[in-house]
Design a protein around this ligand. Structure first.
Ligand SMILES: [Zn+2]
Length: 83
């Protein structure tokens, strides 16, 4: 396990008897602060949610277009127009 020397900030093995850089005692060794881990899964999920929303909205547009076409066709047949 790698720890950090609180005296000089260098990486030290936790089994070391002293810091090879500054010679500090193991009592000066501290655990390295955990780096903030970004959450790609959550981002991915929200992106997926956006994709689903886009799909549904485009699907809604598509259905509206079909209904519109049917209405036009109905009106055309009502007035005896031919396409
Ligand atoms: Zn040190």
């Amino acid at each position: 396990m790698i720890v950090m020397c609180s005296e000089c900030g260098s990486d030290v093995s936790s089994s070391a008897d002293f810091c090879p850089n500054c010679g500090a005692q193991p009592s000066y060794f501290i655990k390295k602060p955990k780096q903030k881990i970004s959450t790609p899964t959550q981002k991915k999920k929200s992106k997926l949610q956006n994709d689903v929303n886009n799909l549904f909205s485009s699907l809604g547009c598509f259905i509206a277009l079909i209904i519109f076409a049917f209405v036009i066709k109905f009106i055309a047949e009502l007035f005896g127009w031919s396409f």
